[in-house]
Design a protein around this ligand. Structure first.
Ligand code: PLP
Length: 421
């Protein structure tokens, strides 16, 4: 576990003006964040930062984004009380923020629509991005279609073959999927190819990142676009119950759905838990628990906590949830860890899958495997605490996962019989 002892510990009372003051003008959250990219790209990033800082104050931009969220995305998404699931584990009550009911079935559209609207306001013609499993690509292709923008999605050749349904979705939505045939032909090579394309095309195009990662201003911008999740959830929860939840939690890959939920609660007396994927074990390459096992280092243009090999390169990572297998984490999470405001926990593949099947059977909701990690921790919390309330961000629906899950776990009888949670 990496703790930066130089940072003073902060409790909820220290977060009253946090969102206005973090990150600083250079994009730092304490020692984490910043922009470590080739000089040729700095002007493009500056342009995005300046434009965003102006536009996010403009009432025209804010009102348009609100209208899109309401009329196109179907927001607000509800908060739901899992009465039957909660009963299995004592008297702690588990609640879900239903981001699986957002258009396209996950939270990623929240920042893709924001980035698309920014592109439109900047007069850009095209949006460029990479995708791994294809979820970010599909959300971005959706935004591009909505705004009438061209969309180039870079994807490793191996992922193109593995994620065929998402490739078809992106193409149906009018995006161009560019198969990257260099290196390992997976996500890292797609990131490199997308950056090169952006360097050549930045006058007409904008790069759109898929989480609270990458160089400044992306961690800040994506966080701000996801803030709506926690803002809605806090109001809804208080309206339903008359008080704040005792705890909130969410799965952490790059960290966008979790930052979205956490943002509005940082200044409240609420325990906050980020949940990392422990995969199949603690060995190198067996998990993607970046904060749990990582150390400070620079990857993909920003300083954070990362899983690095002895040469300082990103380690291979694994999780059953393809949206969580990232070797680092957004810089704001590294900061919130070091100052002690957010607690980072982990759950294994099998624990997450147990939560997956429990939610299917007890509540009639098939969750994404990513989101099942957050839910698995909520169940552990419920068992340990025996009272109170915990609110989980159910970041996405599981339709994308069912073929794979069925092949590996059937309908879950064997797993549920083990009582892992
Ligand atoms: C991509 C994805 C995640 C992980 O990304 P974060 O940036 O950590 O939120 C989680 N849940 C779902 C459903 C996803 O598609």
């Amino acid at each position: 576990m990496t703790t930066n002892n130089a940072l003073p510990q902060m409790n909820y009372k220290d977060f009253e003006t946090y969102l206005q003051n973090y990150p600083n003008d250079e994009g730092f959250f304490g020692p984490y964040g910043g922009s470590f990219i080739p000089d040729q790209l700095q002007p493009a990033m500056k342009e995005i930062t300046q434009a965003y800082q102006e536009i996010c104050q403009s009432s025209q931009f804010i009102n348009e984004l609100r209208r899109i969220r309401r009329e196109f995305q179907g927001r607000p998404t509800p908060v739901y009380h899992c009465e039957r699931l909660s009963k299995l584990f004592g008297s702690t009550q588990i609640y879900l923020k239903r981001e699986d009911l957002n258009h396209t079935g996950a939270h990623k559209l929240n920042h893709c629509m924001g980035e698309g609207l920014l592109a439109k306001f900047l007069g850009k013609k095209k949006i460029i991005a990479e995708t791994g499993a294809g979820q970010h690509g599909v959300a971005l292709a959706t935004a591009a279609a909505y705004f009438g923008l061209e969309c180039d999605i870079y994807m490793g050749e191996i992922d193109v073959a593995k994620q065929h349904p998402n490739v078809v979705r992106m193409e149906m939505l009018g995006a161009r999927v560019i198969s990257v045939k260099t290196g390992q032909r997976t996500l890292k090579d797609a990131v490199d190819a997308a950056f090169v394309a952006y360097m050549n095309e930045y006058k007409d195009a904008i790069y759109c990142i898929g989480s609270v990662v990458g160089p400044h201003p992306f961690p800040m911008m994506v966080r701000d676009f996801q803030y709506v999740v926690g803002e809605e959830a806090k109001d809804q929860f208080v309206q339903m119950t008359g008080h704040l939840p005792n705890a909130i939690c969410a799965a952490v890959g790059g960290g966008s759905n979790s930052m979205g939920l956490f943002g509005a609660f940082l200044k409240e007396p609420v325990e906050i838990y980020g949940v990392e994927p422990m995969g199949i074990g603690e060995g190198r390459g067996e998990n993607a628990a970046s904060i749990t096992f990582g150390r400070p280092g620079i990857v993909h243009g920003f300083n954070s906590i990362a899983l690095l090999d002895d040469d300082g390169n990103p380690s291979p990572v694994y999780s059953i949830a393809s949206g969580l297998d990232y070797p680092s984490v957004g810089p704001e999470h590294a900061f919130l860890h070091d100052v002690g405001r957010v607690n980072y926990k982990y759950v294994t593949d099998d624990e997450a899958m147990t939560a997956f099947f429990l939610l299917c059977r007890e509540e009639g909701i098939i969750p994404a495997i990513e989101s099942s990690h957050g839910l698995a921790y909520a169940i552990k919390y419920a068992k340990e605490h025996k009272h109170g309330t915990i609110l989980v961000n159910l970041s996405g629906r599981g339709d994308k996962d069912i073929d794979y899950v069925y092949e590996k776990y059937g309908t879950g009888e064997d797993l549920l019989a083990k009582h892992l949670l």
